[in-house]
Design a protein around this ligand. Structure first.
Ligand SMILES: [Zn+2]
Length: 488
C-alpha cells in the first residue's frame, strides 16, 4: 500500500490534487462536514484557503457535481483552469460563451463528467436553469461571496436574494456558504436568507500577521508624495492603488506617468476589453502597478502584492479589510497604506445623503462611523479589525501597525512635502528608523471641525443635534476627533 493510499480520503485527495501534505486551519473540518451532507457557513479571510474547503469534497463525490455560485466570470474561469491543471474535471456555464460551447458544457454535465460546475447568481433566476439542474446528479451547492446576499453588508447584490429558491427547490442537498468578510449581522442574514439548517459554522481569524497597516490623514500633496515614494521603494512584487472616483484614477495614473512610474488603470466605465487587458498586464507582472476604483479586485488572487495603497477613506471596515487583504497573500510581509483626506468624509456623506431608503441610509451611516472610528482611534489596527468581525483577541498589539510601531520615517518625514513639490529624489527605504508612536504628529483637526463638516450631511437624518451633544459631553474626557454612535 502506498503512503498516499493509507491516508484518510481527504488527505490523499489533498496530496494527489493539491500536492500538500497538511491542511490549513479549519479546512479539513469544513471539507468533512460538507462531505457528510451538512450545511455550512464559513467566514475565512482572503488567502485562507477557502476554495479548497469545497473543491476537495466535490472532487471526492464520484459521478456527482457540485454547483458553485460565484459572482464573477473571470474568477470562475480562473478556478476552472486551476482545477483542470489539478486533474479535477470542472466547467463554467455563463452568458459569455457561444451557444455551442454552452451546449457542450450541458452535455458534459448531464453525463456526470464534472465534479464542479460554476454558475452566476443571475443564471439561477433564468427559467429552466433550476429545472435543468434537477436533471443532474448533484452533490451540494456552494455560495461564494455569500455576504452579497445581505443588505447589511457592504456589497449587497439583489440577484443573490434569488438564491433563497435553492433550499425550496432542492431541500435534500447541502448548501455551503462562503465569504471572506462578514460581521455577526451579515452572518445571521446569510443563514436565514439561504435557509441553512443547523450549519457547521467556521469563523477564521481576521488577524493577518504579515500585513502592516499604516493609516495617515494627509493633504492631497502629502498623499501624492507618499504614494510616489512608496511605489518607488517597491523592490519586488506588485502594488494596487485604490482611488474613490474614476476621475481620480485617471489623474493618479497620469501623475504616476509624469513621474515615470508605469501603471494601468481599472474602473467600471472602461471598455470591458481594456479592463481585461489591463488586468492581464498587471497579473502577468508586465506592469507592476494598477490604479483602480472598488471595481478592481473581486476574485483577484495574486500572491505577490507587496502594497495596497488607499487614497481615500473606504466606505466601511469590511470594504477596507477586503481590499487591503489583497496584499501579502503569499504570506510574506506587505504594507497596507490608508492615506485619507479630511474631505473624504464629506464625499462619503454626500453619497449617503443620496440614498433614498431610510434603513439603507442608516446602515451606510453606521458603516461610515465605524471606519471613522477605525482611523481615529489609537488602537492597534489589527486588533480593531479582529474586534470588528467579532473576534476577542488575547493580544492588544501587533507590534507593526502605525499605532503599535509608529509610521515609517519616509511617510512621516517633515520635509517630505517640500521635496515632493520640487523634484523628488528616490528616498531611502528605512523601516528600521521608525518613530515611536508618541513622537508622531497626529491630525490637528478638532472634534468641532469634523463635526461641522458632517453636520450638513447628517441633518436630514436628525442625527446632528444628538451627536453634537454627545461630542460636547465627551470632549472633556477624550481627545478623539469624532465620537461615533455605535449601533452595533
Ligand atoms: Zn498594531
Amino acid at each position: 500500500m502506498s503512503a498516499v493510499a493509507s491516508l484518510s480520503p481527504f488527505l490523499s485527495a489533498l496530496s494527489l490534487h493539491w500536492g500538500y501534505s497538511s491542511f490549513r486551519p479549519g479546512q479539513e473540518e469544513i471539507a468533512a462536514s460538507i462531505a457528510a451532507g451538512r450545511d455550512a457557513c464559513v467566514v475565512m479571510p482572503t488567502g485562507g484557503g477557502k476554495s479548497l474547503c469545497y473543491q476537495l469534497p466535490a472532487a471526492l463525490a464520484e459521478s456527482r457535481t457540485a454547483i458553485v455560485i460565484s459572482p464573477l466570470i473571470a474568477l470562475m474561469q480562473d478556478q476552472v483552469a486551476q482545477l483542470d491543471e489539478m486533474g479535477i474535471p470542472a466547467a463554467v456555464l455563463n452568458s459569455s460563451q457561444s451557444p455551442s460551447q454552452r451546449e457542450a458544457v450541458r452535455r458534459g454535465a448531464l453525463s456526470g463528467k464534472f465534479r464542479l460546475l460554476y454558475l452566476s447568481p443571475e443564471s439561477i433566476a433564468q427559467e429552466g436553469t433550476l429545472r435543468w439542474l434537477k436533471s443532474l446528479a448533484l452533490s451540494f451547492f456552494v455560495i461564494d461571496e455569500a455576504h452579497c446576499i445581505s443588505d447589511w453588508g457592504h456589497d449587497f447584490r439583489p440577484e443573490y436574494r434569488l438564491l433563497s429558491r435553492l433550499r425550496r427547490e432542492f431541500p435534500e442537498l447541502p448548501i455551503a456558504a462562503f465569504t471572506a468578510s462578514a460581521t455577526q449581522h451579515v452572518r445571521h442574514d446569510i443563514v436565514s436568507q439561504l435557509g441553512l439548517r443547523d450549519p457547521f459554522k467556521y469563523i477564521a481569524s481576521f488577524y493577518r500577521p504579515n500585513l502592516c497597516y499604516l493609516v495617515r490623514e494627509c493633504t492631497r500633496t502629502e498623499q501624492e508624495a507618499i504614494l510616489l515614494d512608496s511605489l518607488r521603494s517597491l523592490e519586488d512584487g506588485s502594488a494596487i492603488v485604490y482611488a474613490s472616483t474614476i476621475k481620480r484614477v485617471e489623474q493618479i495614473q497620469e501623475f504616476l506617468k509624469e513621474n515615470k512610474i508605469d501603471a494601468v488603470a481599472y474602473h467600471g466605465k472602461m471598455d470591458s476589453g481594456d479592463r481585461r487587458k489591463n488586468q492581464q498586464l498587471w497579473s502577468a507582472d508586465e506592469v507592476r502597478v494598477v490604479v483602480g476604483t472598488v471595481a478592481f479586485g473581486l476574485g483577484i488572487n495574486k500572491p505577490g502584492v507587496r502594497k495596497v495603497i488607499h487614497l481615500a477613506l473606504p466606505k466601511s471596515i469590511e470594504q477596507y479589510y477586503q481590499e487591503a487583504g489583497r496584499a501579502g497573500r503569499d504570506g510574506n510581509a506587505a504594507d497596507c497604506l490608508l492615506l485619507w483626506q479630511k474631505r473624504d468624509q464629506a464625499t462619503i456623506g454626500f453619497f449617503i445623503s443620496q440614498i433614498g431608503d431610510a434603513q439603507e441610509k442608516e446602515r451606510a451611516w453606521q458603516r461610515f462611523h465605524e471606519i471613522r472610528d477605525f482611523v481615529d482611534r489609537e488602537v492597534c489596527r489589527q486588533f480593531e479589525i479582529c474586534s470588528h468581525f467579532g473576534e476577542r483577541p488575547k493580544w492588544t498589539s501587533c507590534g507593526k501597525c502605525d499605532v503599535c510601531a509608529g509610521l515609517p520615517d519616509a511617510i512621516n518625514r517633515a520635509s517630505f512635502v517640500e521635496a515632493a513639490q520640487t523634484n523628488i529624489p528616490p528616498l531611502a527605504k528605512n523601516k528600521s528608523a521608525r518613530l515611536s508612536s508618541s513622537s508622531i504628529p497626529r491630525s490637528t483637526n478638532s472634534a468641532r471641525d469634523n463635526l461641522r463638516l458632517l453636520m450638513s450631511y447628517e441633518e436630514s437624518l436628525g442625527l446632528a443635534r444628538k451627536k453634537l451633544n454627545a461630542t460636547d459631553r465627551k470632549s472633556s474626557q477624550s481627545s478623539s476627533n469624532f465620537e461615533p454612535t455605535r449601533l452595533r
